[in-house]
Design a protein around this ligand. Structure first.
Ligand code: SF4
Length: 307
């Protein structure tokens, strides 16, 4: 990857490697130029219990995304066909993060940052220059470039990637990224190289360093779930923490989809849990099935997770 300031000129920031000049206009797959684009900076308590602890995490939600998942549960800000509002620039984003840190929040999470890695780096460096040293979390869809991740080495404390698919056809159909399985595996291997599998907690039980891999169980896709979990166990480590999520619910855009038009069943989630155990993955979290009702953000509000 070229020096961080030049990375936008021949953009290969994510695995799509569009090669476009984002300093001129938003002409790549992600439809994002080289500026900071953030829809919300807010305190969020819906992450895994160790992330953010009791007080919550300051989450920074980036607009647009390098994956265009049919079922995206943050579609109002991530789908490139829409122009999300609000759309905070760098200074406003930094100011809002600082306001939240000044309230005593100790963790900052960057959500869907894969197409704006240089901005993540600038934000972290700007905070450190102002003597703010929270725990930094990189929370991505897993479709990350290894070279981009190398630019974050030493700056990110917790990697929190998805590993959505081990099945290339499924990745193509649902997220328009046939190479997702191999690219996500390479990216997570790089995260593991930087951080290892140990999750380091402080005396309040809040994570300060580590790797947690999320997998969202989808309807009728237990075989994909099994392959994802076996891949993690075989190619990364059985000691990695897994967050096995049951919270999938169909958004309006997929209500009539033949597969994605329903939530998962209790039986499907039980099979997923059994697959995790069979793979020898013994660390992590499972969810209550009623989590499907709990994750319904509204990004038009200042606090998208308050109902
Ligand atoms: S970050 Fe955007 S423009 Fe750059 S390679 Fe990825 S999708 Fe293309």
């Amino acid at each position: 990857m070229p020096p961080i300031a030049d990375a936008f000129i021949n953009c290969k920031i994510c695995p799509r490697e569009c090669g476009v000049d984002r300093t001129r206009r938003a002409c790549g797959y992600c439809r994002t130029d080289s500026e900071c684009h953030v829809s919300s900076v807010c305190i969020h308590q819906g992450e895994e219990p160790v992330i953010g602890g009791i007080s919550g995490i300051c989450n920074v939600f980036f607009n647009h995304c390098n994956l265009q998942c049919l079922f995206c549960q943050n579609a109002e800000i991530s789908h490139c066909s829409t122009n999300p509002q609000p759309d905070f620039g760098f200074d406003q984003t930094l100011k809002q993060i600082i306001e939240i840190l000044d309230q005593g929040i100790e963790t900052v999470g960057f959500v869907s940052p894969s197409h704006l890695v240089p901005i993540v780096r600038r934000l972290v460096e700007a905070l450190k220059q102002k003597s703010y040293n929270p725990t930094f979390v990189y929370n991505s869809g897993g479709y990350d470039s290894v070279e981009s991740l190398k630019n974050l080495e030493g700056l990110i404390d917790i990697y929190l990637p998805d590993f959505k698919y081990a099945d290339s056809q499924l990745a193509k159909s649902f997220s328009d990224a046939a190479d997702y399985p191999e690219k996500a595996l390479s990216a997570i291997k790089e995260m593991y190289r930087q951080i290892g599998s140990s999750l380091i907690l402080n005396d309040k039980g809040r994570a300060e360093r580590g790797l947690i891999i999320r997998h969202l169980v989808l309807p009728e896709q237990i075989e994909n779930t099994r392959r994802v979990l076996n891949t993690i166990a075989d190619e990364i480590s059985q000691n990695v923490h897994i967050s096995l999520m049951s919270q999938y619910y169909p958004t309006d855009s997929v209500l009539k989809h033949p597969i994605l038009g329903r939530s998962i069943t209790k039986s499907e989630y039980q099979q997923a849990i059994a697959a995790m155990e069979e793979a020898g993955l013994h660390r992590g979290w499972i969810q209550l099935l009623d989590s499907q009702q709990n994750y319904r953000p509204d990004f038009s509000k200042n606090h998208p997770f308050e109902y």
